[in-house]
Each structure stands twice: as C-alpha cells, then as structure tokens.
Design a protein around this ligand. Sequence first.
Ligand SMILES: Nc1ncnc2c1ncn2[C@@H]1O[C@H](COP(=O)(O)OP(=O)(O)OP(=O)(O)O)[C@@H](O)[C@H]1O
Length: 231
Amino acid sequence: MRIELDAASVVVPAGEGDRVVLAPTTLTLTEQRVGVVGANGSGKSTLARLLNGLVSPTAGRVLVDGLDVAREGGAVRRRVGFCFTDPSAQLVMPTCVEDVELSLRRSERDPARRRARALAVLVEHGLADHADTSVHALSGGQKQLLALAGVLATSPDVLVADEPTTLLDLANSRRIGDLLFSLPQQLVLVTHDLDLARRCDRVLVVLDGAVAYDGAPDAAVDHYVAAVTTS
Ligand SMILES: Nc1ncnc2c1ncn2[C@@H]1O[C@H](COP(=O)(O)OP(=O)(O)OP(=O)(O)O)[C@@H](O)[C@H]1O
C-alpha cells in the first residue's frame, strides 16, 4: 500500500493565533513496517491520525493507495485500521464477542455467521475463554489484544497503531509487539519503545511538530536520542 503525504499540515486555533501541530510534511510510505518516534506532544499522533482521516489536513493532501483521505474517508478507513493507545477508547460493547461482532457488522450480515466468525477471532488471539466476559473485566493486556483483534477482524491493508504498548507491562508489551511484527499487513507504529522502533524497516523522528529525521531505524533512533540529550 502506498501512503502519501503531500505538503500535509495541521494547524489549530490557539489563543490569538494559530498553532502548527504538524508542519507541511511530504513523504511516501511503502515499507511494510514504519516506526514513528518522538517526544510527548511532538505531533506523532496527529501524523498517525492523518493516515485514516481521524484528523484532516489543514492544507495539503493525504493519499492512501491514491485515495484522498479527506474526500474518500470511508474507503480509506476500510483499508486503514487504527488502534488507539488506550483500548477503552475502542471497546464499546458489553462483552468481548459482541465487541468483535461490532467490527464484523459490515463484512458479515448474517448474525449466526457473524457470531461464529467473532468466536474464531477470539480463538485466534487466545481470548476464547473470554467470549462472554465483560470488556471491563479484562486486564490491560487483554483489552489491548481485544482492541487489536477487533481492528484486524476487519482485514485492513494497513494497521496504524498509536503507542499500543505504552500502557502495558513488560510481558504484555512483548506479546503485543510480537503480534504486531508477525502481521502480514503494512504497519505504521507510533511508539516510545525504541526496541520496537529498531525492528521497523524505516523510522520517522517527529520533533516539535515536524519530521526531523526519516531513515533507517538505527540511525533514526540515534538521531532521536542525540536530539533529546542535547535539548
Ligand atoms: N485539535 C487540537 N487542538 C489543540 N491542540 C492540539 C490538537 N491536536 C493536537 N494538539 C496539540 O498538538 C501537540 C501534538 O499532539 P500529538 O497528540 O500529535 O502529540 P504526540 O507526539 O502524539 O504526543 P504523545 O507522545 O504525548 O502522545 C500537543 O501539544 C497537542 O496538545
């Protein structure tokens, strides 16, 4: 999948003037795994959200497989799944199986077949015993797994994951990380975990609302560490 930002910028009203959250950014992402690292508040989530239309560019364009995200948001969102840092933002149904069924509502109209597919998704992700469990009763790691399972059930071509391991302990963080890197889908991964970033094919370093470095993972991480150390 080809993701293109063409002078895409995000500016928000702030007090008496405007605030540039993301300076005009031009890049093309075709690698299977793209990491995005950077300081808190630097604009990483904004960049990630541009990719499936959760945020619209103030100027410029974002294209996914040639589709303009601003004009063809629905078609883009069918190709680009988004996973939030906090899975609670995405788990909206009472039980786990119902939550996955919600993800499948468009692709499987028949309720019995939808239930069967949702149960299969839970089995695939090691959540079979939790089909009827309240989503609120899950651990943090299980919630993140369920949120990811729900997005993946829609078979997106691209998964954008915004700090999916940030709220997790070491074991769950490794589990989710391994799952992400085992996916056949193209992955855009916003992360503070520099080990995960190093596993990507290409890494963008976002600093102060702009892509400050774009290149091979080790060099990008070194650039980020040096920038933080000297600031
Ligand atoms: N709609 C908005 N209105 C006002 N400010 C915004 C808006 N969207 C983002 N910002 C601000 O822009 C900056 C960048 O936000 P963003 O969430 O993209 O950062 P981030 O790099 O993902 O940070 P973190 O690592 O803390 O999640 C932040 O200071 C944020 O408060």
